[in-house]
Design a protein. Structure first.
Length: 162
């Protein structure tokens, strides 16, 4: 049986261009189980969710973000990725809608409630400032990451007719 997991990472790049993974949130689409993992300075041997060989990961803008983080952690590749960014572009048939294809713009275009652009920018700035993070900041970053996953899952369901 194929298993779908929505996923998002927060990360920054070092001055040498290396990916520095901060955290990951994954949500099992079947059970709605949430996996929140603080990863800064750690490289666990595998992701926290089971069934990787039959798991399809769902994310937004996979190539520039999630796949890079996955590789930086050295984890075995999942069965496949579904990229809601690519799916939204396909549905636009070559057009460029107002707002482009970022997660927030795609969500709004499809009637999905999403955080504000200001909130997203503020949280990105917090991630990019780098360590050390307070416990309160870590919780805020994980909450923000989970919000991105929930928005991505909602977009995936809307785009796939689910």
């Amino acid at each position: 049986m194929i298993h779908f997991v929505g996923i998002d990472f927060e990360f920054r790049e070092s001055k040498s261009g290396q990916v520095e993974v901060v955290c990951m949130v994954a949500i099992d689409l079947e059970t709605d189980r949430v996996y929140r993992t603080w990863l800064e300075g750690r490289k666990p041997p595998r992701p926290p969710f089971p069934r990787l060989r039959k798991t399809i990961l769902v994310a937004h803008a996979v190539a520039p973000a999630e796949a890079r983080c996955w590789r930086a952690l050295g984890w075995k590749q999942p069965a496949a990725w579904i990229d809601t960014y690519a799916e939204a572009r396909i549905r636009a048939c070559g057009g460029r809608p107002d707002g482009g294809f970022g997660l927030l713009a795609c969500c709004r275009r499809h009637g999905i409630e999403a955080i504000s652009s200001d909130e997203k920018e503020s949280m990105r700035d917090l991630v990019l400032k780098g360590a050390p993070y307070s416990e309160k900041e870590k919780a805020k970053i994980l909450d923000y990451c989970e919000t991105d996953v929930r928005e991505t899952i909602a977009l995936f369901k809307r785009l796939s007719g689910g």
